[in-house]
Design a protein. Structure first.
Length: 201
């Protein structure tokens, strides 16, 4: 059954609101149908717009899918978290980790489908991971500061990959664990494991 995005009948949507409605509808459809099963016709119906509006805002279906992936990876939210970092590595990593768990869990189906589609379309894969790649870069830069200060030892890039890897693996493979829903509290455990190995002795 199609889920029509709510529209306020008493006023017209702004361009930004319209873009968000379209991307939200695209996310919903893509997460269950993948690239081939996601049509601009169905997106328009779910978003409550006409197809011409989609192409006016995004240019093409590919442009829309790329914009949707980047929007839902929530890179702007992660930037805000990084900008608010306190310098307390344990506190900061817990905050970053919980944000990652939430975002990956919200987008699990989209990520899994995109990874499967990598076999057929490498461009799709690149667009899917553009946001996470930027997050990895920012996390690496954050950890480089702690390496330089002597608080942790080792290669910051490798540390960042290991830390993100624990979280991504935990959420994407959640059927292996006791609960189907990810537990944000697991981040505390991941941070403890990470810092136990990375801190200078």
């Amino acid at each position: 059954m199609l889920k029509i995005v709510d529209v306020a009948p008493h006023r017209a949507s702004s361009p930004d609101e319209t873009r968000l409605r379209i991307m939200t509808a695209t996310h919903e459809i893509f997460s269950r149908a993948g690239t081939r099963g996601t049509t601009t016709r169905e997106i328009a119906e779910v978003a409550g717009v006409n197809e011409a509006t989609i192409f006016r805002h995004f240019g093409s279906k590919t442009g829309l899918l790329d914009a949707m992936r980047e929007h839902f990876c929530a890179i702007e939210q992660f930037k805000a978290i990084m900008n608010a970092a306190t310098g307390d590595i344990e506190h900061d990593l817990k905050t970053m980790g919980r944000s990652m768990v939430e975002r990956i869990a919200e987008n699990r189906e989209m990520i899994v489908i995109s990874m499967a589609e990598e076999v057929r379309d490498s461009v799709t894969f690149e667009a899917t991971w553009r946001g996470p790649t930027e997050i990895l870069s920012r996390l690496t830069a954050y950890l480089e500061g702690h390496v330089a200060a002597g608080r942790i030892v080792g290669d910051a890039g490798t540390h960042a990959k290991c830390f993100m890897g624990m979280i991504v693996s935990y959420v994407l493979q959640r059927k292996l664990w006791e609960s189907y829903e990810p537990d944000p509290a697991i981040v505390d455990y991941f941070v403890a494991i990470f810092l136990n190995g990375a801190r200078s002795k």
